[in-house]
Design a protein around this ligand. Structure first.
Ligand SMILES: [Fe+2]
Ligand SMILES: [Fe+2]
Length: 206
């Protein structure tokens, strides 16, 4: 019989390839299908490219964390949230295509870095892993709120996607807290903010 970890590593590798190949499909229809697309496609595309990279990171984090989840409850929670993150990824990609643009060229690098971080937090145990998840989701929620200010007001399609993502991330954070999330030390939170700033600033352009 194949050891469980080998099995899981193969699943993780398959997830990585699917995520980066852009073949993720959404289980839920894209929000804002009947809305208007806006008059500043370049600016909208830059912002949605950042969000797409964020969702690449989310896939990698969840995948890395699930690898070392101790309890079945935590693993199941990670998997159900990852399915919603897959919707986000597919929605952002669709939106980028509609705007005549493409994902960030650095997505494989974001994936690799985030996967390593996810594994590290998973190795520290469920409480820290859930703490890391809750803090990540809180920071993403804050970031998406910022994008709702920045996105052109007439790009109602992108805004609908970001709004639904914000609501989902809020729920993921609450899930992490309900599963006993530990409060991360302040310097760790700051380092996470600094790392995501590098990603968000770069992905807008590249
Ligand atoms: Fe997401
Ligand atoms: Fe999330």
């Amino acid at each position: 019989m194949v050891p469980r970890i080998v099995d899981q590593l193969l699943i993780a590798a398959d997830e990585a390839l699917r995520t980066l190949a852009g073949v993720a499909t959404a289980a839920r229809p894209i929000p804002g299908r009947d809305e208007a697309g806006g008059s500043q496609p370049r600016h909208s595309a830059g912002l949605m490219r950042v969000n797409h990279s964020g969702e690449i990171c989310a896939q990698a984090l969840y995948s890395g964390q699930a690898l070392f989840a101790r309890s079945d409850e935590v693993r199941a929670a990670l998997e159900s949230a990852a399915a919603e993150e897959r919707d986000h990824l597919a929605w952002c990609r669709t939106r980028l295509q509609e705007l005549g643009s493409r994902p960030s060229l650095l997505d494989p690098a974001w994936y690799a870095g985030s996967f390593a971080l996810g594994m590290a937090s998973g190795l520290l145990g469920d409480r820290w892993s859930m703490g890391f998840l809750a803090e990540t989701e809180a920071q993403v929620e804050h970031h998406l709120e910022g994008h709702l200010d920045e996105l052109p007001s007439d790009d109602r399609r992108s805004r609908a996607v970001v709004l639904q993502m914000r609501d989902d991330e809020q729920r993921h954070g609450a899930m992490g807290r309900s599963l006993g999330a530990a409060e991360l030390p302040y310097p760790v939170k700051l380092a996470m903010k600094a790392a995501s700033k590098v990603m968000t600033r770069t992905a807008y352009w590249v």
